[in-house]
Write a new protein. Structure first.
Lengths: 118, 114
């Protein structure tokens, strides 16, 4: 079974600064997908960024980028120019490649609560 | 367009009562997932539907938990004889069946068992 570990329960960053959230995972699979989700107080999970394991290039989405180290099984999220609206819980998630049943479930880490300091 | 909706938003029930939680996925999404989020924890997978079938129900914690999906659309998660440890936020997600299968989440139902 796959596991996802987020070792930082809480992080804080000054507005406009850069912060990196850590995530490691354990798997014996070679083909999989990794995700970062954001959960604000409204409880709505929002996809921030995804990474396909077969792609060496790190994914980027505007101010959000990842550092994907497949051999080390590490998948960190970097948020540049932090904004007050970035304050939320951030979850790292793993998903196996599609099977005969279709797409697989997500396996989540325990989350990192990010606080933005004005 | 409309996203995933869940009802009720909040539910308080007495220990031993049965509860039903409802999920309306995005129209056309063939896959539907239920997750549970306990206080301070990540999301825990419960069950996955492809159409009306449940090929993966490995996350259901006990036989008090069941779920069904009808018409390839609405899903109901039922918890019988609720216990205090069932208190959590229950989240539903849906996706289409493409390579990425991006899951779109609803706002969840907060269940409190007193």
């Amino acid at each position: 079974a796959q596991t996802v570990t987020q070792s930082q329960p809480e992080m804080s960053v000054q507005e406009a600064e850069t912060v990196t959230l850590s995530c490691t995972y354990d798997t014996s699979e070679s083909d999989y997908y990794l995700f970062w989700y954001k959960q604000p107080p409204s409880r709505q999970m929002i996809l921030v960024i995804r990474q396909e394991a077969y792609k060496q290039q790190n994914a980027t989405e505007n101010r959000f980028s990842v550092n994907f180290q497949k051999a080390a099984k590490s998948f960190s999220l970097k948020i540049s120019d932090s904004q007050l609206g970035d304050a939320a819980m951030y979850f790292c998630a793993y998903r196996s490649a599609p099977s005969n049943f279709g797409n697989e479930k997500l396996t989540f880490g325990t989350g990192t609560r990010l606080t933005i300091i004005p | 367009g409309a996203g995933v909706s869940q009802s009720p938003s909040n539910k308080v029930t007495e220990k031993g009562k049965d509860v039903e939680l409802r999920c309306d996925p995005i129209s056309g999404h063939t896959a539907l997932y239920w997750y549970r989020q306990s206080l301070g924890q990540g999301l825990e997978f419960l069950i996955y539907f492809q159409g009306n079938s449940a090929p993966d129900k490995s996350g259901l914690p006990s036989d008090r938990f069941s779920a069904e999906r009808t018409g390839g659309s609405v899903s109901t998660l039922t918890i019988q004889r609720t216990q205090q440890e069932d208190s959590a936020v229950y989240l539903c997600a849906s996706s289409i069946d493409d390579q990425f299968g991006e899951q779109y989440f609803g706002p969840g139902t907060r269940l409190t068992v007193t």
